[in-house]
Design a protein around this ligand. Sequence first.
Ligand code: GTP
Ligand code: ZN
Length: 176
Amino acid sequence: MILEAIGEDPTRDGLLDTPDRVARMYAEVFSGLRQDPKEVLSARFEVGDSEIVLVRDIPFYSMCEHHLVPFYGKAHVAYVPRDGVVTGLSKLARLVEAYARRPQVQERLTNEIAQTLYEELNAEGVFVMIQAEHMCMSMRGVQKPGSSTITKARRGNLTSAQEQEVFTLLQASRQL
Ligand SMILES: Nc1nc2c(ncn2[C@@H]2O[C@H](COP(=O)(O)OP(=O)(O)OP(=O)(O)O)[C@@H](O)[C@H]2O)c(=O)[nH]1
Ligand SMILES: [Zn+2]
C-alpha cells in the first residue's frame, strides 16, 4: 500500500519481495513491544557495599513515533544500588533495547528506562541520560543534520553530589 501510494509499481522486479522484507524488518525494529522489560532485569547479585554503577555509551536505534524514521545515539545508565544488590551489567543495555525497539519519543524512552530500573531493582537512585540524532530532523522537515538532543531522567534519592559524580565519571572515563 505504501509503494502504491508513493506512485511506485509494486509488481516490478526489485520491489516484489519488499513488503515481506519490510514486514520482517519491522518485526525486528519493534521487537521491544513483545518483550517485558521487567523480565530483563531478572539477574541479581549481592556485592556488599556499592556506590555508583554506570554503564555508558550504550548504542541504540529507536523509531520516532511521529514519522516512523530512526532516532539513534547513546544511552548512559547509572544507579546507586540499595543494600549492595545489583543486576548484571548487560541487563542495563538489554533494558535500553527493550524500550528503544518500539515507536518512541526520546523523553519517554529516557523516563521508562529510569522508572523500570528504579522500581525493579529497588535502587537508591537512578540517573539516565540519552543523546540522539533524529532522522526526522535531519533528512526531512527542518533538515538539521548533526543536531543532537539530550534528555535526562532521575529517580529516587540521588544527591546533587552523586549526580555531579556521574557527569565526572562520564567525563573521566572518556580520557582513559
Ligand atoms: N519531544 C519530542 N519531539 C519529537 C521527537 N521525535 C520527533 N519529535 C518532533 O515531533 C514533532 C511533530 O510535529 P508535527 O508538527 O506534528 O509534525 P511535522 O509537520 O512533520 O513537523 P516537522 O518535523 O517540524 O516538519 C516534530 O517537531 C518533531 O521534531 C522526540 O523524541 N521528542
Ligand atoms: Zn519524528
